[in-house]
Write a protein that binds this ligand. Structure first.
Ligand code: FEO
Length: 401
């Protein structure tokens, strides 16, 4: 379990490692486990705890806390983000620090109430509010939708330390807990975390980076993974760049398909040809070679998403349905969508895929292309024309109908 870790004279890490975690939030693979970071900040007059840990790890948190301070001396529990992997031990802390006040955004306090289902002393902080602990002070910087509506940063000015919540985090457990001391490569885990957790909220990430612009950050103390002190500016710059709107010479289209006998593949090639004629750059992904998750990531970057599936037992093929299940609605919304597929005797797949695109608030260009068994030359001509229409739909020349 280990003891608390000194970060600076005023700040100790009192969180928990969860190295054996293999999946986070049900969907995200975590090869290196994760950590739930909690930080104790001791001022001359007041003591604050920034974030807690997931339920089940409260014993570790309390033991580390007890090695640093009498928990009853904690004056403030700061909730940067109320998701239960960080708020799961708030109740246990409050049991030992009954006079402590929980500080967070109004939304965080509302969510926390619904998580704890008990009374607690609380105060919603104002944007930019400064909390003087005596010799050190904390400033609260709202960062809504990074990645929940409740989130904020906490800035410790005297130590140039940013308690960033999930932002800049990584699922990466290593007892060394500092990025310049861990074993293995942390940076890919930072990128993977961004893509899975923050990527859907890119415009909010842009605003969040704006909110911390100019802060002389010497150390990022995230809620997951090692403390970043080697080059914190690299993470901030990367978040800026990863979340920036794409600027392209040509629109980007992704065609994701499966094909049992080559018939749907022939339609995929024809749709692709039509889109290239229409001026798009096109990436073709056979979902027997590319995982649905990777295909969804490619689709999330595209302007036009086209899927092709044969009809199998009155449904779309599972890899195609799974790819759309991985495509998150925040990133899918507004993209032009097309569907095509070969079928034997019923042919429901295309309509089902169009319906799913509607649920994702994409712009389906209906009715799509269906071909009975092997596509004829005429079917392929229709598919080529459809591809060109999909590109035109981007500019409204061929409105989605
Ligand atoms: Fe690590 Fe969004 O909780």
């Amino acid at each position: 379990m280990g003891g608390p870790m000194k970060v600076t004279d005023r700040v100790h890490w009192v969180g928990a490692l969860d190295p054996d975690l293999i999946t986070f939030d049900i969907i995200m693979k975590t090869d290196r486990g994760t950590t739930y970071n909690s930080y104790l900040v001791k001022g001359d007059n007041h003591v604050a705890l920034v974030d807690t840990v997931r339920a089940g790890f409260e014993g570790e948190l309390l033991a580390k806390l007890g090695a640093c301070v009498d928990p009853a001396r904690i004056d403030y529990v700061i909730v940067n983000h109320s998701e239960p992997d960080h708020s799961g031990a708030v109740a246990a802390v409050l049991d030992r620090a009954p006079q402590a006040t929980v500080l967070g955004t109004a939304k965080a306090l509302q969510f926390l109430q619904e998580i704890l289902n008990r009374d607690f002393s609380r105060r919603a902080v104002k944007p930019g509010e400064v909390l003087d602990l005596g010799g050190v002070s904390l400033r609260f910087i709202p960062a809504p939708f990074l990645h929940w509506p409740d989130t904020m940063f906490t800035w410790l000015d005297e130590e140039r330390m940013l308690f960033s919540g999930d932002v800049f985090g990584a699922h990466f457990a290593d007892e060394a807990m500092f990025d310049d001391a861990v074993t293995g490569e942390l940076w890919p885990a930072v990128g993977h975390y961004y893509e899975a957790i923050m990527g859907p909220f890119a415009p909010h990430v842009q605003r969040g980076m704006k909110a911390i612009e100019g802060l002389p950050v010497a150390m990022i103390c995230p809620a997951h993974g090692p403390i970043q002190r080697r080059n914190p500016a690299r993470s901030i710059e990367a978040y800026r760049s990863w979340s920036a709107p794409a600027s392209r010479q040509k629109p980007l289209a992704v065609v994701c398909y499966v094909s049992a006998y080559g018939y749907t593949r022939a339609l995929a090639a024809a749709v692709t040809e039509g889109m290239r004629v229409g001026g798009a750059e096109v990436e073709m992904l056979d979902l027997e070679e590319t995982t649905p998750r990777d295909a969804a990531a490619a689709a999330a970057r595209a302007d036009v998403v086209v899927v092709g599936s044969p009809t199998i037992n009155s449904s779309a093929a599972p890899p195609v349905a799974e790819m759309l299940a991985h495509l998150d609605p925040f990133r899918a919304k507004g993209k032009v969508f097309g569907a095509f597929g070969s079928f034997g005797w019923s042919g429901e797949a295309v309509d089902l895929l169009m319906a799913r695109a509607g649920e994702l608030k994409m712009r389906p260009v209906t009715p799509g292309i269906r071909a009975s068994f092997s596509p004829t030359a005429e079917d392929l001509d229709r598919a080529r024309a459809y591809g060109t229409d999909l590109v035109k739909a981007l500019t409204g020349d061929q409105p989605a109908h």
